[in-house]
Design a protein around this ligand. Structure first.
Ligand SMILES: *Cc1c(COP(=O)(O)O)cnc(C)c1O
Length: 453
């Protein structure tokens, strides 16, 4: 076998790319990354890029955090792998569950581990199906989510995801129902106040429950701030409007905190930032600061009690992954939680969030920026052809891809999503690094908007 020569050619020859715009890769090549330094990544050509997306939202402590590397090395030396089946689990797993319940918004609870956020959402759905069937409601299987939601890529979590791209797989499955995305700027009707918008979404939920039958619905899943949907904070009062409706119909509210959890919104959980207490939390990504693939379902007291009782009766819950509660992942997560919450990372998010917003506000004055939105260290700028009418650019112009590609040329990684660009840098970002991020972004915006004018 003769291998092709360049890293790009080798990548293209043997690797299948996911979530990648192939025309861009054919034009521009593959960025092959060898290592990172703080919030920067370095490629095989020695080029440095400020990664304003924290990898995929998850590398919140940067790419070379010493404490996390040491925690991983120490645990590899102590006990490099184990499972959590048959009544055995590692000491690290025990300690992480304690810690997760302690830092959760719940007075008590129980934790179940997976390898990813998708699997954690799948696990939660299986738990709800199991629970309702056990309680005599086997028909309670439908899942409510929202358009634009991102809950993952497994068959169930892709069905929960409210994105048209899943049509290529013949998804969603039946019984996954998507409600209106709570993005007031985009989906509010002309003349409709934010309050009325929220009331309309609450009515839609109520009508959907009535139409489908509350006794056919297993649960409602929501990200506090939609992440991969384009950083969409909920309209004001959204969760306060929908939670009583769900509660009245006995429908658990599951907060998918895979992105929002552990400081991204400025508080430990997105549900804290938006002032609601869900029935369960889904965590991943930030849980290990991206240093280990791991997800967790954190059940609040009520679901923990009911599911726990149901398991006692059938004697064995037939679910779990080989690497659920992996000791190295758990040791890293324990360290990551400590680093984010006690070593100043969450504080840094709160300290720099106003400066972040002030910069976005300034950029949003440009005629082709329709809106900036976000919270903490997760923000988006949305491009528009016409600011007054909020008319988007022609999709064929790939405006956000062009902006992101221009940023990459300047040594800044940011992500195109729809017609928005997303900024969600690591929590260790300094003021000069933030200035660098905005200088490069502004250069890219000016270049692309000038080309499109
Ligand atoms: C990334 C993400 C997931 C899926 O996590 P994976 O680890 O990629 O499976 C689920 N929910 C949300 C909100 C996410 O951002």
């Amino acid at each position: 076998m003769t291998k092709p020569q360049s890293w790009d050619a080798r990548a293209k020859e043997y690797s299948l790319y996911g979530f990648t715009d192939m025309p861009s890769v054919h034009d521009r090549g593959t960025v092959v990354v060898t290592h990172g330094e703080g919030p920067y990544i370095v490629d095989t050509n020695g080029r440095r890029y400020l990664d304003a997306n924290s990898g995929l939202w998850n590398m919140v402590a940067g790419f070379d955090h010493k404490g996390l590397i040491e925690a991983a090395q120490a645990q590899y030396a102590r006990f490099p792998g184990y499972h959590a089946f048959f009544g055995r689990m590692s000491d690290q797993t025990v300690m992480l569950s304690e810690k997760l319940v302690e830092v959760s918004p719940f007075a008590s609870g129980k934790v179940f581990y997976t390898n990813s956020g998708s699997e954690a959402n799948d696990t939660m759905v299986k738990m709800l199906w199991f629970l309702h069937a056990h309680e005599g409601n086997p028909q309670r299987r439908k899942i409510l989510t929202r358009w634009n939601a991102y809950h993952g890529v497994t068959v169930v979590s892709a069905s929960m995801t409210g994105k048209p791209y899943n049509e290529v797989f013949g998804l969603p499955l039946d019984g996954f129902i998507h409600l209106t995305c709570p993005h007031y700027w985009r989906h509010g009707e002309p003349g409709e106040t934010e309050e009325k918008f929220v009331a309309r979404l609450a009515r839609e939920l109520e009508e959907t429950i009535e139409r489908e039958g509350a006794d056919t619905i297993a649960g409602f899943f929501a990200e506090p701030v939609m992440g991969a949907g384009g950083v969409i904070p909920p309209a004001r009062g959204y969760f306060q409007a929908i939670q009583p409706i769900l509660c009245r119909h006995g429908i658990p509210l599951i907060s998918d905190e895979v992105i929002c959890g552990f400081g991204r919104t400025g508080q430990t959980w997105g549900c804290e930032t938006y002032d609601f207490i869900p029935d369960a939390i889904i965590s991943s990504k930030n849980l290990t600061a991206g240093f280990f693939p791991m997800g967790a379902v954190i059940l609040g007291p009520e679901l923990a009690g009911r599911i726990g009782a149901a398991i006692e009766e059938i004697e064995e819950f037939p679910h779990g992954f080989t690497a659920s509660g992996h000791p190295v992942g758990c040791a890293i997560a324990l360290k990551a939680i400590d680093v984010v919450m006690n070593e100043g990372l969450a504080d840094n998010v709160n300290r720099l969030a106003p400066r972040f917003e002030a910069n976005l506000q300034r950029l949003a004055e440009k005629p082709n920026i329709g809106e900036y939105r976000g919270v903490g260290f997760m923000w988006a700028l949305e491009a528009v052809r016409d600011k007054a009418t909020k008319t988007p650019f022609d999709g064929k112009l790939s405006v956000s891809e062009r902006i992101a590609n221009s940023c990459t040329d300047l040594g800044l990684i940011c992500r195109p999503l729809g017609q928005s660009v997303v900024l969600c840098p690591p929590f260790i970002l300094t003021e000069p690094q933030m200035d660098e991020m905005f200088e490069k972004l502004e250069q890219a915006l000016d270049k692309v908007f000038a080309e499109l004018a």
